[in-house]
Design a protein around this ligand. Structure first.
Ligand code: 5GP
Length: 247
């Protein structure tokens, strides 16, 4: 049995509850705490392309922990509780909203293909988009009234998703700018606590954000894997090293 002491309580890793594309989520002996394992796996096209990448789990876990700690210090409530090992963490159990919130500071990815605009043009104001989380449907775009009509979030929660994503953007953008990196765009997920509060969930890593080196224009994120243009872990390691130096 694998366990860890957390705030005077022994937390035991129990049955696998959910197998995601890059993470495994296990139950624990505490119903309010889940045990997350970051896998050495990369996927693209909503899981249709899959590959093992040694070291990616450790890098994503380290980057994510550092950024969650930074957001916590700046008043953004989130599900991250503590690291258990280089690839594992404890998080608060949440009822995850089936919505992905994408924030775009610069044009890239689907925004460029959809509107046929110049890549990396600055977007003012920052663009916010919602997608319905569904691999079977390829995460379709969803608007506010569709979210409300389908009951995926209520009006108060929707406003919170917008505000919290904006706050996260301001904080992360500033943090990355300090280390010479453009935060191009990113995806966030949120969940409800048992008390019904909406807080930030998921991970904060180059798997769900585009990061571009300000000097060279190089991609330091999962686009390297999506475009088969090299070893993704080089960029991820660069991001981690720069964040640690700034810490
Ligand atoms: P795009 O809509 O251009 O494909 O993605 C915009 C941003 O959100 C990118 O940083 C991308 O990594 C992130 N993103 C969008 N959808 C997903 C998803 O289903 N999984 C992950 N990991 N990231 C996503």
């Amino acid at each position: 049995m694998v366990s860890i002491d957390y705030q005077g309580q022994t937390i035991e890793k129990q049955a696998l509850r959910y197998q995601g594309k890059a993470k495994q989520v296990f139950q624990t002996n505490d119903p309010d705490i889940l045990w997350v394992h970051y896998m050495d796996q990369a996927t693209a096209l909503n899981g249709k392309v899959k590959e093992m990448i040694t070291g990616k789990g450790e890098l994503n876990s380290a980057i994510s922990h550092l950024l969650f700690d930074y957001l916590t210090q700046n008043g953004i409530e989130n599900h991250y509780l503590t690291a258990v090992s280089k690839t594992d963490e404890l998080v608060t159990t949440l009822d995850i909203l089936p919505i992905e919130v994408v924030t775009r500071n610069y044009a890239s990815g689907h925004f460029v293909s959809k509107f046929d605009v110049t890549p990396m043009q600055q977007l003012t104001p920052t663009v916010q988009e919602f997608y319905y989380k569904s691999d079977a449907l390829d995460d379709p775009f969803i608007n506010d009234s569709q979210i409300l009509a389908l009951g995926y979030a209520n009006a108060v929660e929707l406003a919170q998703l917008r505000q919290k994503s904006q706050d996260v953007n301001q904080l992360l953008r500033a943090r990355f700018e300090k280390i010479g990196i453009h935060l191009v765009d990113f995806k966030l997920e949120f969940g409800r606590t048992r008390a019904g509060k909406v807080i930030l969930a998921d991970e904060l890593s180059p798997d769900n954000m585009r990061l571009v080196d300000m000097r060279t224009g190089a991609s330091l994120d999962k686009d390297v894997f999506r475009q088969h243009s090299g070893d993704v872990t080089i960029g991820y390691q660069d991001v981690l090293t720069r964040l640690q130096q700034e810490d």
